[in-house]
Write a new protein. Sequence first.
Length: 134
Amino acid sequence: MIDKPGPTELLLAVAEALTTEVIASINPSACDAELDRSDAAGAAYTVRIAANLCRIVARQAELGPEAERATTEDLERFLSRSGSLSGLVAALDQALIDNPAIVEGRLAELHALLLANATRRLAIARPEYLQRKP
């Protein structure tokens, strides 16, 4: 059975091709009469966006299931109930609206939960932010 390359590797290959080969072919300094410099710069920007989206989707495919599982478990523990991630998020939102005292004495726990979730989301969307030092 051949199972490689998988979706993550394919998306990363597309991102690499876009940023190394396609951008080079639309370099504003090498454009012809049909493509003026502003069009070429706009096309290069669009290619960079597309490549970045490929990388995000690749990270989502790789890290997303574990991030969702961990956040779901965190919310289940905090709310003392089980459910889907979207259902638990809605339940937390509603609990905070209806009864803000739910976090009374548990702010540190809620803070840790939210920070862990934000870290997981950054690892997918903008991992370079996690490398920055304050």
